[in-house]
Design a binder for this molecule. Sequence first.
Ligand code: ATP
Length: 239
Amino acid sequence: MLQLDNIRAGYKGTEALHGVSMWVDAGTIVSVVGSNGAGKSTTVNTISRLVTTYGGRITFEGRDITGLGPAEVVDMGIIQVPEGRQLFGPLTVAENLRLGFHRQRRVKNREAAFRDKLDYIYDLFPRLKERAGQRAITLSGGEQQMVAIGRALMAEPRLLLLDEPSLGLAPLIVEKIFDVLSGLRAQGLTMLLVEQHADEALALADYGFVLSVGKVTVHGPGVELRSNAAVTSSYLGHA
Ligand code: ATP
């Protein structure tokens, strides 16, 4: 579904990705793991067309998207859950979710379609239904992450990009969120998950890529990477 071929990308002439190739098959979860500064966020932001590409090619569903801008890739269904959630704090949960409902511009009876989508999100995250009228800024970190994922799902992604959804969350909450991601995969959603929590991310993933200083060093099925000695000693905190 998504293919990165030899991507070089970065900031104001400073290259952060030095020839990255990776791919995501439809209906799978692919995890990209690596330490601080490895280039994980840069990879996601390159796919979202927020980072300048100096070389290589990105293909999505057979179409070259390397030259497209961020709004165009969103229109194609590449939707990002950004690092740090980026919610509108003074707005309520429901209002933040409504902000994600923007791709369905030409839908007849838009309000009914919005309500249906909202019910779907509340089924996934019942906690959000309880907090529908609460301002986002007053939510716990885990609840905020649920809103960020819910908002992205409102846009009906074909490919969901998640940048460190576990950031700052307690292990139990991370488990809950990863369970939801696993459920979304069962419904056929395709996801690229960028994570510093490599063990959990690879356990969830069908396939994984390890990034180190802007290069892919190892890749393979998630279960294989979890038992790869080089990966375990460098990234998983156990030998
Ligand atoms: P982290 O988990 O800390 O976010 P990461 O793996 O996501 O790490 P990136 O944020 O992609 O890593 O950073 C890769 C490299 O690009 C780093 O050397 C970083 O300093 C650089 N970089 C990231 N954002 C910018 C920016 N806006 N301007 C200049 N350099 C940047």
